[in-house]
Design a protein around this ligand. Structure first.
Ligand code: F6P
Length: 553
């Protein structure tokens, strides 16, 4: 049983009221610096490790009383019980009546995950066996293109979860020594198509059509283009040799002309944004190698074991979720930045945008009631140090604090220690600057010491103040490899699960993507012919006329 929206609203209102009370030392509950001043052991008490992954939440304003309130909320919500229900294959995706079992994708054959009568673990293991055999055959040249050339390139055609997760992982794990070169096309955009295919030889390209539903308009448009492109090079009879499909919709893959042996399936209990562990991850396995893919599964499984067994107060993803509740509901912060200090994690913010915002961008509770509290924040990000030269200004001096996830990798896989030390110093510096700030007295003193006259000091000093007490959490990986990447992605997946439970929303549907799809299909004929079929708003009608005018002009 999950709580009613009204019960959750009362809990969150109590938390917000608590956050408005002063601490014993008179500081507000948004301040962080006094907590460090009062407790030299704060970092050790507020950081937790699972193997090679450390989570530090000491640079938040959480004190013992706030943690107790949040953990009380987690217990009252029975988040552990809800996690057990998910793992037991119950239909926790309540609106769609589906189980949520992406965790079964990284468990062994004998793990015993079930959905009703279905042995989900056996199903997963069979698919993994088929994927492994396919990868081996492509890599050793048993499977080749229609003209006899070995496949050297993989072109993944998919969008949303059928692109973002695999693309993020490949960006993190692929090196020049990897077995095949990766290419991804998501957008239905001729420019994106040309940018990818101009560099590709169709004779050496294996096309993966990645789509859970196999009906997504953008993907099917690009898949059809790919079929023509391949046919143009190797002839119609050779097309099948260049395609594989990753999907739950076996009748649609057959209708597209992909033979069953080249279809790698998964089930509807795998949500798109959680599907990189499934057959959707075939692009990872092909391009980065089988061991890289299974290394990710192993890392995610380690996090599964932790998340499903650790007590609430030591459960890393739950702690991360509680920090978010504190920031969103107690302190009213509407956004969060994801700042990986590692170029290999350049697509992590994009992946998390889908995982978090498609899951938690909800305004109706599980009971159908409009929620009177804030749910998922805006998530955005960019690898450091790029972010520092872009939007970090707002995080340091904007009007509303924006909490940040600072992701650090202790040891690089390259030999340029100087660059890596500089990168880490920058990540640490951003978090420290957000925390400690620089007050007016300090600014004035520095300006006077630099020889500025009194008028200049008075004019500029207010602009140079950093308020400080701005929160961040740090995620520190010993190294970035398949295992730690798998752990970190799973960490965020569980965080989303726990937030769905704490906010009482279904984190596993995405009805919010539907209206745009319907309207796009209605608008297409009007954009194409100019025929006025729909009663559009004035702006849309005006823009269609302008576009068509530009074409004819
Ligand atoms: O439009 C949103 C969405 O349904 C995502 O949830 C999903 O990851 C994406 O589209 C792609 O869907 P599919 O894999 O079915 O093509």
């Amino acid at each position: 049983m999950t709580d009613t929206t009204a019960a959750i609203a009362r809990r969150l209102a109590d938390l917000a009221a608590f956050a408005r009370t002063a601490r014993e030392d008179g500081t507000g509950r948004a301040t962080i610096r006094p907590l460090f001043a009062a407790d030299p052991g704060r970092f050790a008490r507020m950081s937790n490790r699972v193997g090679p992954l450390l989570l530090d939440r000491s640079k938040t304003s959480l004190d013992d009383a706030a943690m107790a309130a949040l953990l009380g909320m987690a217990a009252a919500t029975d988040v552990a019980g809800q996690a057990r229900a998910m793992a037991a294959g119950e239909a926790v995706n309540s609106t769609e009546g589906r189980a949520v079992l992406h965790i079964a994708l990284r468990a062994p054959r004998d793990a015993g995950f079930r959905v009703g009568a279905e042995d989900a673990s056996a199903e997963v293991a069979d698919t993994l066996d088929a994927m492994r055999a396919f990868c081996a055959a492509v890599h050793d040249g048993t499977l080749r293109g229609a003209t006899g050339k070995r496949f050297t390139n993989v072109l993944n055609i998919g969008i949303g979860g059928s692109d973002l997760g695999p693309f993020m992982a490949v960006r993190a794990l692929w090196t020049e020594a990897s077995p095949m070169r990766p290419y991804f096309i998501a957008n239905v955009d001729g420019h994106a198509w040309l940018a990818a295919t101009n560099r590709l030889d169709p004779e050496t390209t294996l096309v993966l059509v990645a789509s859970k539903t196999f009906t997504t308009a953008e993907t099917m448009q690009n898949a059809n283009k790919a079929r023509e492109w391949i046919a143009g090079a190797v002839g119609e009879a050779g097309v099948g040799a260049h395609f594989a499909a990753l999907s739950t919709n076996l009748s649609a893959t057959a209708a597209f002309g992909i033979v069953p042996a080249r279809v790698f399936g998964f089930r509807d209990w795998v949500g798109g944004r959680f599907s990189l562990w499934s057959a959707i991850g075939l692009s990872i396995a092909l391009t980065c190698g089988w061991d890289a893919f299974t290394g990710m599964l192993d890392g995610a499984r380690a996090l599964d074991e932790h998340a499903l067994s650790a007590p609430d107060a030591e459960n890393l993803p739950l702690l991360l979720a509680l920090v978010e509740v504190w920031h969103v509901n107690a302190l009213g912060y509407p956004a969060r930045a994801v700042l990986p200090y590692d170029a290999r994690l350049g697509r992590l913010p994009a992946h998390l945008q889908q995982v978090e915002m498609e899951s938690l961008g909800k305004r109706v509770g599980r009971d159908g009631v409009l929620v009177p509290y804030a749910t998922g924040p805006v998530v955005f990000g960019e690898p450091g140090t790029n972010a520092q030269h872009s939007f970090m200004q707002l995080l340091h001096q904007g009007t509303t604090p924006v909490p940040a996830d600072i992701i650090l990798v202790a040891a690089p896989e390259h030999g340029d220690a100087a660059s890596h030390r500089m990168l880490l110093a920058n990540g640490l510096a951003q978090a420290e600057a957000l925390l400690v700030g620089r007050d007016l007295d300090q600014v004035r003193a520095e300006m006077v010491a630099a020889g500025l006259d009194a008028a200049e000091v008075a004019r500029l000093a207010p602009h140079r103040v950093f308020p400080g007490d701005r929160p961040s959490v740090a995620i520190l990986l010993d190294r970035l490899n398949p295992y730690t990447l798998g752990m970190m992605i799973a960490l965020y997946e569980y965080k989303v699960f726990y937030l769905g439970a704490l906010w009482g929303v279904n984190a596993f549907d995405q009805y919010g993507v539907e209206l745009g799809k319907v309207l796009a299909s209605q608008l297409l004929p009007e954009v194409t012919t100019g025929a006025k079929a729909g009663g559009h708003d004035g702006s849309t009608a005006g823009l269609i006329a302008e576009i068509r005018g530009a074409w004819s002009g």
